[in-house]
Design a protein around this ligand. Structure first.
Ligand code: SF4
Length: 403
């Protein structure tokens, strides 16, 4: 049974204005989907404990919507309740595994947390440590100061470089500003930088398959800017000039496997003598999350991918599912889930990009439970055991650093 929804009106009083819509938080009645839907439709929604609105919490738990000052004349509340009832029903949630945090993201978050404990504040972080709004907000709340460039960091301060890696030029600027640098670049991104340096030393022209403007691509290009070109598509490959000497390709770590294969095939046709990385640059975490979501896409009416819009691997998951013929939506968290799209979606796939916390996924599952019984079925294609050591800079700081 879906959670019962009750509605009513309460009089205007101090702290409650006419037009406010109250959605009290019960301990056992998940209401985030309803509150989010009301907000999406432009209503001024207030949430909080029942007691904060001077209302007694009913037993058994219910979801409630109260309008302040009388019934909602616009009909919006009624429309949202109709959407809730249309979406209500038993549902299966398919959870492809692996999903959510990868080893590189866990390491990067841990590095900032450790820096906040071990070094004088403020601790600066250049760019988003990982591409996820919740991670960044959480670390900012705990004292991390996020900046775009090093000229925003005072001389001599501590700065963490993000998981996406930086060009050598950024390291040089940090030395010039006498900054204490803790580098949270994922070791698998560092590996791609090393490949670029190796190919450059051997006089190769280098083609980086990646997305223009992405921080990882910018950092990798910076290793040998005079001999590296970015390509994204087969059309980009067709537009490349003839290259007589040695030529090599590397790739961004978070691309779609099928797209990389297409571009690599085009490169091999264009430059039959091209050299590639020893093993694939698309990282294990990206590959596993793509293979896992494809394993559930065909059985799902709809797939949600939890992740931020600037998260490359999350966006690739959405595109991959759509190419497989299943509707897919990128959501930052439970507030991105819309009731209308759940109507008729009896089987929902739910995954998360490598930078999104598993708690965001759990929150969506919990709130789907407000619409009716949910059977959660995990589909695991592999188990990830990889971990990365903390950087030496943190170990040198002493304390409780451990691998
Ligand atoms: S997605 Fe891959 S490359 Fe990026 S941080 Fe995670 S493990 Fe490293």
């Amino acid at each position: 049974m879906p959670t019962q929804v009750i509605t009513g009106a309460v009089p205007e009083r101090e702290g409650l204005a006419v037009g406010d819509v109250l959605v009290p938080d019960g301990a056992a009645a998940p209401n985030a989907l309803l509150a989010a839907e009301l907000r999406h439709r432009g209503l001024r929604v207030r949430t909080g404990p029942w007691s904060s609105f001077g209302l007694p919490e009913p037993r058994p738990p219910v979801v409630a919507v109260y309008t302040v000052g009388g019934p909602d004349g616009s009909g919006t509340v009624d429309a949202v309740l109709a959407a809730w009832h249309a979406a209500a029903g038993a549902r299966t949630v398919l959870l492809p595994q692996p999903q959510s945090f990868c080893a590189g993201v866990e390491r990067a978050i841990d590095i900032v947390e450790q820096a906040l404990v071990r070094y004088p504040h403020p601790v600066y972080v250049r760019k988003q440590i990982v591409h996820n709004l919740h991670v960044v907000r959480d670390l900012a709340d705990r004292g991390a100061v996020f900046v775009d460039e090093l000229d925003e960091v005072p001389r001599g301060a501590t700065v963490v470089f993000s998981a996406h890696g930086v060009a050598p030029d950024v390291h040089r600027q940090a030395r010039e500003r006498d900054l204490r640098v803790i580098d949270a670049t994922c070791p698998l991104v560092t590996k791609v930088h090393s490949e670029v340096r190796r190919f450059a030393r051997r006089d190769h022209q280098i083609l980086l398959i990646g997305h223009a403007g992405h921080e990882e691509a910018i950092g990798t290009l910076g290793e040998a800017p005079e001999r590296t070109r970015l390509v994204q598509t087969e059309a980009d490959v067709a537009a490349l000039p003839d290259i007589d000497g040695p030529v090599a390709y590397v790739t961004q770590t978070t691309l779609a496997m099928d797209e990389v294969a297409t571009v690599v095939a085009a490169l091999r046709e264009r430059y039959p003598h091209i050299t590639g990385p020893g093993s694939d640059d698309v990282c294990y975490a990206t590959t596993n999350r793509q293979r896992a979501v494809l394993a559930v896409a065909g059985q799902s009416d709809l797939v949600y991918v939890v992740g931020s819009r600037n998260s490359s691997n999350s966006v690739r998951l959405v595109e991959l599912v759509e190419r497989a013929g299943t509707p897919a939506r990128l959501v930052e968290d439970v507030t991105g889930v819309r009731l209308a799209e759940l109507a008729g979606a009896a089987t929902v796939g739910l995954t998360a990009g490598a930078s999104a916390s598993p708690t965001l996924v759990a929150e969506i599952v919990r709130n789907l439970g407000g619409l009716g019984p949910v059977e959660v079925v995990e589909r695991r294609i592999t188990t990830e055991t990889i971990t990365f050591n903390r950087p030496r800079e943190l170990d040198r700081a002493g304390g409780d650093a451990a691998s």
